[in-house]
Ligand binder design. Sequence first.
Ligand SMILES: [Zn+2]
Length: 195
Amino acid sequence: MRFSSLARFPILRLLLATLVGYLWWRSHTRTDVLAIFINDGKAQLLASDRGRAVYLWTNVSLGPRRAYTYDALHGSNAEFDAVRQTLYETNPLPEKVAGVWLGSGTGVMGMPNSNYRMISVPFWQLTILAFIPLALGLRTFWRRRLWGTPGHCGACGYDTRFSSDRCPECGSAIPGSKSAEAKDNQTQSQMATEA
Ligand SMILES: [Zn+2]
């Protein structure tokens, strides 16, 4: 396998899809919470919890000293029962739209003048979303491996759009350069690749 083709492997998309899948699997036993404190130390929470990803934004302020810092909390699902019940398992119950929960309320953890909004998305939906760019990246990767990048040398990747017959860099034959018919075929395959 040539290095130039390996370099085009969609590794970041694969890592993203793997991370989402891993969090989904892990969320059935463990709850992970990432608390991000924005201006005035206002708490924003990202959590993976029992098959769902939760984003919760609040006006609860921990003061300017905590601004732009974060905390990570981990525990078994049962350890977060009290938090869950306070936030979205008692009134007001979140709205449920196509598997997505939308909630809001006041008095976060008993604190006066506090309020929150939340969105909770099932991990299976996020997994599908994460696999779409991965699938597209893999398709492009395989097409380039099988047919090369259009307009580039199949052996070294050099730009061959202004060359005929042979790559000016490495001397490899350029496929489809010998006849007008071959050129037409190449154009059609390029159009198919771009479509
Ligand atoms: Zn070449």
